[in-house]
Write a protein that binds this ligand. Structure first.
Ligand SMILES: [Fe+2]
Ligand SMILES: [Fe+2]
Length: 300
């Protein structure tokens, strides 16, 4: 089906929801500040600090093993100095999205959703490092947000989504295809409809839109390919939330693999089996990270 038709259908489904979470006020003020040409780091840090939940999440994510800071970072200002201005926007949006969907368990529990998301983020970062992609933090954040459409469907279209999950449990169908058959659109288009509403930067919108069809990407096909492959690896390891038992894939048949090998020919030598074992070792790290991000985050 035409991608425009799917996007239109997704936009209609998103528009129908009257209580769709909006970006928390502080986060949108942070984004506004970041648009000013000579904003001071201090100003941004002060603004983040007015929202304790946002501040705590920023600090927890910066201290996650992914960023590999040598010392524990305890203040928002240090976190921003460490991160630089480059990724504050995405980090603020990601933290806001987590906040917006906190406790919104639907067809699946939101924690397992974030385990998958952070898992894909971590694996995307590892692949990005191996492929010598220039911005590994970007790969990490893009991985975290790639499936935001799923959490929306799981919560706002709970009954239908439950049925779809049940239906594909013992079949080789992919979730995304089952969604297409049922709604005429899928979580990629839903996700991009939300991301556009929230003003996520275009390369992130593209990852959300094309992470199951990396060949459609035009802005940063390598980034989309990295997230697509990370998603595939997570779906066959223990970092998948849909209860799918059937998923398997052959790297050689994946379009994302072709895209990535063109960009980084040395990746052709990747020992896939060994890579999978290495990823298994990272699973507890992902689970701990997600736990730490959510722990003690009681929402008012
Ligand atoms: Fe997906
Ligand atoms: Fe995914």
């Amino acid at each position: 089906m035409d991608t425009n038709v799917k996007l239109k259908k997704a936009q209609e489904m998103v528009e129908k929801i009257s209580d769709l979470p909006t970006i928390p006020i502080v986060a949108s003020k942070v984004l506004e500040l970041l648009d000013k040409p000579d904003v001071e780091l201090e100003e941004v840090a002060d603004m983040i600090l007015t929202d304790q939940v946002l501040a705590a999440r920023v600090i927890k994510i910066v201290n996650s093993p992914l960023y590999r800071s040598s010392q524990e970072i305890k203040s928002v200002k240090r976190a921003l100095v460490y991160l630089g201005f480059r990724h504050i926007r995405e980090l603020a949006l990601t933290c806001s999205f987590i906040e917006a969907f906190q406790g919104k368990d639907g067809a699946f529990d939101v924690m397992t959703f974030w385990e998958h998301s952070f898992g894909v983020g971590i694996v995307a970062k590892i692949i990005a490092q191996r492929a010598r992609y220039i911005d590994t933090e970007k790969a990490y954040l893009a991985g975290i947000i790639h499936d935001i459409g799923e959490v929306f469907l799981s919560y706002y279209y709970q009954k239908d989504f439950q049925r779809i999950l049940q239906e594909i449990k013992s079949t080789p169908y992919k979730l995304v295809d089952a969604e297409d058959r049922f709604w005429g659109t899928n979580h990629s288009y839903i996700g991009v409809a939300i991301a556009q509403k929230w003003n996520f930067p275009p390369e992130y919108c593209e990852v959300i839109a094309d992470h199951h069809e990396p060949e459609l990407a035009t802005i940063d096909p390598n980034l989309v390919a990295i997230v697509n492959l990370a998603d595939l690896f997570c779906s066959v390891r223990q970092l998948d939330y849909g209860g799918r038992e059937w998923v398997s894939f052959n790297l050689a048949e994946e379009k994302a693999w072709d895209i990535l090998k063109k960009f980084a020919p040395h990746m052709a030598k990747l020992d896939v089996e060994r890579f999978c074992y290495e990823l298994d070792d990272r699973v507890p790290e992902v689970q701990d990270l997600v736990k730490s991000i959510f722990e003690g985050m009681v929402m008012e």
